[in-house]
Design a protein around this ligand. Structure first.
Ligand SMILES: Nc1ncnc2c1ncn2[C@@H]1O[C@H](COP(=O)(O)OP(=O)(O)OC[C@H]2O[C@@H]([n+]3cccc(C(=O)O)c3)[C@H](O)[C@@H]2O)[C@@H](O)[C@H]1O
Ligand SMILES: Nc1ncnc2c1ncn2[C@@H]1O[C@H](COP(=O)(O)OP(=O)(O)OP(=O)(O)O)[C@@H](O)[C@H]1O
Ligand SMILES: NC(=O)CC[C@H](N)C(=O)O
Length: 554
């Protein structure tokens, strides 16, 4: 009976649909494990397909190709350690989210997921059948219990595994980031360890997938809930954990403890990683964006420079007659500090031409929001033309406060393929700008220093679509707006509750109304990085045609 068990953990970044690429990554990790004498090399939930696949996994040809790729991997990884990898399984026409154990050239065991997450951004009940609770599998004489992700968020699967003889728990995950998630997972996993008295390995994937960012942060806990290894957040990482048999069961040797960054840094990293992976996984390497001299576009430019490299980011200043001299200066200073190219494309001539073209139709009407929005739409036309011409994907810059109340022009500044700040409230945008100016990390491709000029952070936000306009002409101050939105969106609070918390009734009712009537804009908006548990798109799915207005605040 062996007294040592070597487990190689592969915290890697798969790509949805890239079966060949994902299999190659798995095999490379297995080879690393073999070189270090591993008994088992472990990958994450649904690694072969990438995660989340959404309805792609319902396509029979994709299911069959994924299962065939796993069987091929068993053959390719025959001569060495066992390999554990997530993928789909089919039984009597039913589809399962499974974890395969490959050893000696064949599949020696499969484990299937029991608890299918079906809340927030998960729809697994739509995709998979819930399996019966299973027992452990054995590798080189050691019984391993593998609850798959959500299975470890509840006590029952783990309890069954302990009762049926599991000696070590290995949890493969596809667990997406939201603010504060590593701590939430740590507390849940400590509960599982305390309930069972077993050591537990929590193994999560990394990488961006559309709106979602998987943040790794894999960890190993010994009985008592002691953290003995912590893998980094957001980085790919392969490491080996050595377990030793003791009179009291298996114990992991202490390993590396990576630092989990605080929330502000983690949010920024999530934005950067999501842009890098969205571009890489959709086949783009270059970005374009409108740089206005305001804070939103400055932060998006910094995120893009950090994700893609400043040389791959084109900033475009598109001044109109209302663009102030300080906006021109600030945009220029920001692009220079970031090391990005800046082009200047005035929209005045195009604006005049559109005005003249529409003049007969608009004769006798007052100038107003229509003319303001034409400027925004002309910028959208120019930016998409540059995108088409040079193959640079357009980034759009609307923060969560603007997206919530519709303070953005549809088919105008909302144009774009991806929005890294879609889930970041305006009050956090200011903190993010300051944080980026004061910090630099080795994962940032952009330069260190004050990349967002101080004046951009301190001046009053303005859309500059008419003379002397500021955002506060149309909206309450951002600290008030964001606090109300935090209530209405993140907490689903009623109007009466917010009034009881001290907010002005009329203001709350106005924001509630704007929130509901802007649903159509969000429905047509670009995907963007998910940072909270109430991101617009999958976490919060509201109807577009909606007459509900909360009577509790009347
Ligand atoms: N339920 C619904 N389903 C489908 N479409 C609907 C709709 N309700 C209105 N619409 C359509 O939407 C149009 C109104 O939306 P939209 O055209 O966006 O125009 P709107 O929302 O009226 O105006 C844009 C707002 O964004 C502000 N803003 C802030 C910051 C920057 C920028 C910028 O552009 O740089 C703009 C600007 O000051 C203004 O308050 C209607 O004319 C109608 O065609
Ligand atoms: N003069 C401009 N040149 C280039 N892009 C512009 C210009 N004005 C607006 N845009 C684009 O439209 C977006 C929306 O404008 P908005 O005024 O809301 O944002 P901002 O200027 O970046 O930030 P803030 O509102 O805080 O000043 C900008 O982020 C930018 O991408
Ligand atoms: N893939 C899963 O089962 C993940 C579910 C779990 N609630 C998480 O977010 O981590």
């Amino acid at each position: 009976m062996a007294d040592v068990f070597r487990l190689t953990l592969a915290q890697l970044n798969p790509t949805v649909g890239d079966l060949r690429g994902n299999a190659a990554k798995a095999q490379a990790a297995w080879e690393q494990g073999r070189a270090k004498g591993a008994d088992l090399v472990a990958l994450t939930e649904m690694f072969i397909t990438g995660y989340q696949t959404q309805d792609l996994i319902l396509k029979p040809s994709f299911q069959q190709a994924a299962i065939a790729a796993i069987h091929q991997l068993a053959v390719d990884c025959a001569d060495g350690p066992a390999l554990a990898i997530g993928g789909p399984a089919l039984q009597e026409g039913r589809l399962f989210n499974a974890y395969y154990i490959l050893h000696g050239g064949r599949v020696t065991a499969t484990v299937q997921k029991h608890h299918l997450p079906n809340d927030s951004l998960f729809d697994e009940k739509r995709l998979f059948t819930s399996a019966d609770v299973h027992g452990p599998f054995t590798i080189n004489g050691v019984r391993i219990g593998s609850p798959i992700c959500e299975d470890a968020w509840h006590p029952d699967v783990v309890e069954t595994l302990a009762e049926t003889g599991a000696e070590i728990l290995l949890v493969p995950n596809g667990s997406p980031y939201h603010r504060g998630k590593p701590n939430l997972r740590l507390n849940l996993m400590i509960s599982r360890v305390v309930e069972t008295g077993l050591p537990l390995v929590y193994l999560n994937m990394v990488g961006g997938q559309d709106d979602q960012v998987f943040d790794g942060s894999s960890m190993v806990l010994n009985p008592g809930g002691h953290l003995v290894a912590q893998l980094p957040q957001f980085d790919e990482h392969v490491t080996q954990i050595v377990f030793r048999r003791t009179s009291d069961g298996w114990r992991a040797d202490p390993g590396e403890i990576a630092e989990i960054p605080p929330i502000g840094e983690a949010d920024y990293r999530a934005c950067v990683l999501s842009v890098a992976d969205y571009f890489a996984k959709t086949g783009f390497s270059k970005a374009v964006l409108g740089l206005s001299g305001g804070i939103d576009s400055a932060i998006v430019a910094a995120i893009a420079a950090d994700a893609l490299g400043p040389e791959n980011v084109r900033c475009v200043m598109l001044p109109s007659e209302f663009t102030s001299a300080h906006s021109l200066e600030d945009a220029e200073k920001c692009a220079r500090a970031l090391g990005c190219r800046l082009d200047t494309v005035p929209i005045t001539a195009a604006q005049k031409a559109v005005g003249e073209t529409l003049a007969p139709l608009f004769a006798g009407t007052d100038e107003g929001i229509t003319e303001e929005n034409i400027q925004s739409r002309l910028r959208g036309v120019m930016l998409m033309a540059i995108s088409n011409k040079y193959g640079e994907m357009l980034l759009t810059t609307g923060n969560k406060s603007e997206m919530a109340v519709g303070y953005c022009t549809i088919y105008g500044d909302m144009n774009g393929g991806y929005n890294p700040v879609k889930d970041m409230y305006k009050t956090r945008m200011f903190l993010t700008a300051r944080w980026r100016n004061e910090n630099h990390r080795d994962w940032m491709k952009g330069p260190a220093g004050e990349v967002i000029p101080e004046r951009i952070i301190t001046k009053p936000p303005s859309a500059e679509l008419r003379p002397d306009q500021t955002d506060q002409d149309s909206l309450p101050p951002y600290d008030v707006l964001d606090a109300i939105l935090e209530g209405l969106v993140e907490r689903e609070a009623s109007v009466a509750e917010l009034v009881a918390e001290g907010f002005d009734r009329d203001t709350v009712k106005k924001i509630e109304h704007l929130l509901y009537i802007a649903e159509y804009k969000r429905f047509q908006s670009a995907p963007g990085t998910r940072l909270t548990q109430k991101a617009f798109w999958l976490d919060r799915r509201y109807p577009i045609a909606n007459r509900w207005r909360d009577p509790s605040g009347a």
